[in-house]
Design a protein around this ligand. Structure first.
Ligand SMILES: [Zn+2]
Length: 300
C-alpha cells in the first residue's frame, strides 16, 4: 500500500502527461441521478474518449501495438511487479495515464496473453487482499475491456463505485444463500455478490454461478465485469453478467448517438461521459434504464 502510493507519486514526478491528466481530474464535472433506492453517478471526462471509443474488432486490435506490453510503453511509464501466489502469474502494476479516479492503476500480466478470467479469479481476489483500501476489477472481452489481447485488471480506491455501498443495502442485494450469495433486485442491471472469509469458497460460488450462463457465438467466456475488495476479513466479489457490450444508441449518428460503452465502473454505477452531450443525456433515469437493460441480461 505504502509502496503503491510512493510509486504513484514518483511516477507523476517524472511523467508529465500522467501528472497533467491527474491534475485535470480535480476540475472534472460530476452529477448524480436519483434512482430511488440508489443513485447513478456521472463523470464528464473528455480524456476517456480513447477508451470509450476504442475499436475492439479483431483487425483493429491486430493492427495496433499493444499498449499493455512493456516493450510498447512510453519510456516515462514504469511499473512495480506483483506476483499472484496461487497461480504464480506475474503482473506489472502501472499508473493509468487516463484516470477516472485520483489513484488509478492497470495491473497487466507480464506476458502478452488474452484477456480471460479462467485461472485468474484467485489473482483478482489476492490483488484485492494485498491492496486493502483499493478495489480491483476485471472487464471481460466485449464487456468493456479495451485491450482484449492482454490479460489485465485495474485497481482504484475503495468505495468510488456506488455499487460497493449498494451491495450492503439488503433492500437491493437480497440474501439468497446463507449470507454468502446476495442478488440485486430492481437495480437496472444484474449483479450478484459473493461474500466469504475463504477465497476458495468465493471462487467455488462464482464458478457455480457462471454455469447458469451460455456463451455467445464466438466468445471464449461468459461476458462479465467483476469487482472485488477485501474488508472485515471477508472477500467480496461482485459478478455482473453482460449481454451486449454497447447499446444500439452507440452506433447511431449524431445527434442521436450516445457513447455508452460500459465497463465495470459504469456498470458499478459511475458512468463516464467523454462528451458533454452524453453527460447531459445521462441525467435522465428513464434513458439510463434503456441503456443498462441493453447491456445486462437482467429483467427488471
Ligand atoms: Zn500486450
Amino acid at each position: 500500500m505504502v509502496e503503491l502510493e510512493r510509486f504513484f507519486c514518483e511516477e507523476l514526478e517524472r511523467w508529465q502527461t500522467a501528472a497533467d491528466n491527474y491534475k485535470n481530474l480535480e476540475k472534472i464535472i460530476t452529477d448524480r441521478v436519483d434512482c430511488g433506492e440508489y443513485e447513478i453517478r456521472l463523470q464528464f471526462n473528455p480524456a476517456r474518449i480513447v477508451s470509450t471509443g476504442a475499436k475492439i474488432d479483431s483487425n483493429s486490435i491486430k493492427e495496433r501495438k499493444c499498449f499493455l506490453c512493456e516493450a510498447n510503453r512510453v519510456p516515462e511509464q514504469h511499473h512495480i511487479p506483483w506476483c499472484a501466489r496461487s497461480s504464480n502469474h506475474n503482473y506489472q502494476i502501472c499508473v493509468n495515464p487516463f484516470p477516472i479516479f485520483k489513484r488509478h492503476f492497470t495491473v497487466a500480466d507480464a506476458q502478452h496473453v488474452p484477456q480471460l478470467i479462467e485461472g485468474r479469479v484467485a489473482d483478482l481476489l489476492e490483488l484485492a487482499f494485498d491492496f486493502n483500501g483499493y478495489t480491483a476489477f476485471y472487464n471481460g472481452p466485449k464487456s468493456g475491456a479495451s485491450a482484449l489481447d492482454h490479460a489485465h485488471f485495474q485497481l482504484i480506491p475503495r468505495g468510488e463505485m456506488p455499487i460497493e455501498e449498494d451491495s450492503r443495502n439488503r433492500t437491493i442485494f437480497k440474501d439468497e444463500q446463507d449470507g454468502e450469495v446476495f442478488r440485486a433486485e430492481e437495480y437496472l442491471r444484474a449483479a450478484t455478490l459473493f461474500k466469504s472469509g475463504s477465497l476458495e469458497r468465493v471462487i467455488e460460488l462464482f464458478k457455480k454461478e457462471i454455469t447458469e450462463y451460455t456463451l455467445y457465438d464466438g466468445d471464449s467466456e461468459v461476458r462479465m465485469n467483476l469487482i472485488a475488495w477485501y474488508e472485515n476479513q471477508q472477500y467480496n466479489l461482485i459478478f455482473m453478467p453482460r449481454s451486449e457490450h454497447r447499446p444500439k444508441e452507440f452506433f447511431l449518428d449524431d445527434p442521436d448517438r450516445i457513447m455508452f460503452s460500459p465497463g465495470a465502473v459504469d456498470m458499478g454505477g459511475l458512468i463516464i461521459a467523454p462528451r458533454p452531450t452524453d453527460f447531459e443525456k445521462y441525467k435522465s433515469a428513464e434513458l439510463l434504464k434503456k441503456l443498462y437493460t441493453q447491456v445486462s441480461p437482467t429483467t427488471l
